[in-house]
Design a protein around this ligand. Structure first.
Ligand code: EPZ
Length: 421
């Protein structure tokens, strides 16, 4: 258990560099087992989910080393195709190993994945996509045995919904299939393009990522790959919203402007001043904020669901009423009850949360219910009067690398107390 103790009230000022993208490095680490090869990844965030991926790789027989922001994976010694329950339950992204192990071994044995509780998170689209490539599944209790006795066969896969994880699983497995695969209604999130770029380095013939149609024509494996992970757009959004919450002014270095478009547009509409240069985004939130326009989450290019709790934190003291419509996950307003403990005025009507800005928030004990909710509560605490304690069962460390150090470097007063349980 980690307890974040925050004394709110300081406007954040200074310059920070955005970490590498968690949601990009995780599928890429899974994809590294697709063919026997050595992968060197740089700009990897040191977060709990990445360490969980390293444990899965080791369990499969791969050699893995971490040195600063670099991770070295040697997938040549891979000798197992089953991932134990305990490792599967540590995060949702463990399920992306299915397509990769299946592609490499022709069989895989996994259980349903863990991850943040955001409502129902089925895996039907993953199974349908891999099934279309020729995989067969047998479920015994929690365990899913998957095999492709006759090998995987390229085909046209039309996803019923542009799921990020199902698109990644299908892309990875399709590299090992005979013939051409076309994925229609694919997710277009920037992390999909990063995965494509890595798979190309690995020798795959693949194009179209970033559009809703991805074509894959197999792989001519290489022996060694070096790849740099893209910057994390949600960690970047978190820093911008932290400045907005506290009436601060910061420079965010290393972010990709286009990836942050929906968030920077919303912050501008709320009255923040933004300046974008090729390698940095500047935000100034010295004026009082006004309510955001209606924020509707959805698959890319709509507003990202992961940034919904974080932007909501910035709207808690904004003048007027802000509306947030959550279209991606069925239970992603769990932070609302926690915000209320700080004095926020929010009502929920179905998929919509209506936030009426209050003059002040007041520090209180709150609970981090998931990764982004935890980050959002830190931001709210930074903008509240007095002391806020955020109780966190390790959610925040799953996705943020040294967030306490980054926030302190901007003038935040906070510390993490660790409690053994
Ligand atoms: C990825 O999750 C991200 N995780 C999530 O980030 C992010 O919130 C999400 O994409 C949406 O952008 C990683 O990349 C590791 P989905 P994923 O499959 O792949 C439904 C964070 O905070 N669905 O696009 O699990 C599902 O229930 C995390 O960093 C099915 O119905 O997301 C949801 O409603 C949280 N059947 C919607 O699709 C399926 O088989 C979107 O899920 C798969 C998904």
């Amino acid at each position: 258990m980690e307890i974040w103790k925050i004394r709110g009230g300081n406007p954040l000022r200074g310059s920070v560099r955005v970490q590498g993208a968690k949601n990009s490095v995780l599928p890429i680490m899974a994809a590294s087992v697709l063919v026997p090869c050595r992968t060197e990844l740089t700009n990897c965030p040191d977060v709990r989910d990445v360490r969980a991926s390293m444990d899965i790789l080791r369990c499969l027989g791969c050699a893995v080393e971490q040195d600063g922001d670099a991770i070295y994976i040697d997938s040549r010694p891979l000798c197992r195709s089953a991932v134990p329950d305990a490792l599967m339950h540590r995060m949702r992204s463990s399920f992306t190993f299915l397509g990769a192990i299946l592609g490499r071994c022709g069989e895989a044995s996994l259980t349903r994945p863990g991850g943040c509780e955001l409502g129902e998170r089925p895996i039907d689209l993953h199974l349908e996509a891999l099934g279309a490539l020729g995989a067969r599944f047998e479920e015994t209790g929690e365990r899913i045995l998957c095999c492709a006795d006759a090998g995987l066969q390229g085909t046209c896969i039309r996803l019923r919904y542009p799921s990020v994880g199902a698109t990644e699983n299908a892309m990875i497995a399709a590299c090992a299939a005979k013939g051409e695969t076309v994925i229609e209604n694919a997710a277009t999130e920037p992390e999909i393009e990063d995965l494509q770029n890595y798979l190309r380095q690995l020798g795959a013939e693949i194009c179209g990522a970033g559009t809703d149609t991805i074509q894959i024509r197999g792989i001519s494996p290489v022996e060694r790959v070096a790849y740099r992970i893209m910057p994390d757009r949600i960690a970047g959004a978190t820093m911008l919203c932290a400045a907005a919450c506290t009436g601060g002014e910061i420079e965010l270095r290393g972010a990709v402007r286009e990836h942050l478009g929906p968030v920077t547009q919303a912050l501008c509409a709320m009255g923040c001043r933004m300046r974008e240069e090729s390698s940095a985004i500047f935000i100034s939130a010295k004026r009082a904020l006004r309510a955001s326009p209606v924020i509707e989450t959805g698959p890319n290019p709509a507003f990202p669901t992961d940034a919904q709790p974080i932007l909501m934190a910035a709207s808690l003291r904004a003048a007027g009423t802000s509306a947030f419509v959550e279209n991606v996950f069925s239970d992603r307003f769990r932070h609302v009850e926690q915000f209320r403990r700080l004095g926020a005025e929010i009502c929920i009507e179905g998929k919509t949360a209506l936030v009426t800005g209050v003059r002040e928030l007041y520090g209180a004990p709150v609970l981090a219910t998931d990764l982004r909710a935890g980050a959002a509560l830190l931001l709210a605490g930074l903008s509240a009067r007095g002391t806020t304690t955020v109780l966190d069962e390790g959610h925040i460390a799953r996705g943020y690398d040294a967030l306490d150090i980054q926030l302190r470097s901007l003038g935040a007063e906070l510390e993490i107390l660790r409690e053994m349980r």
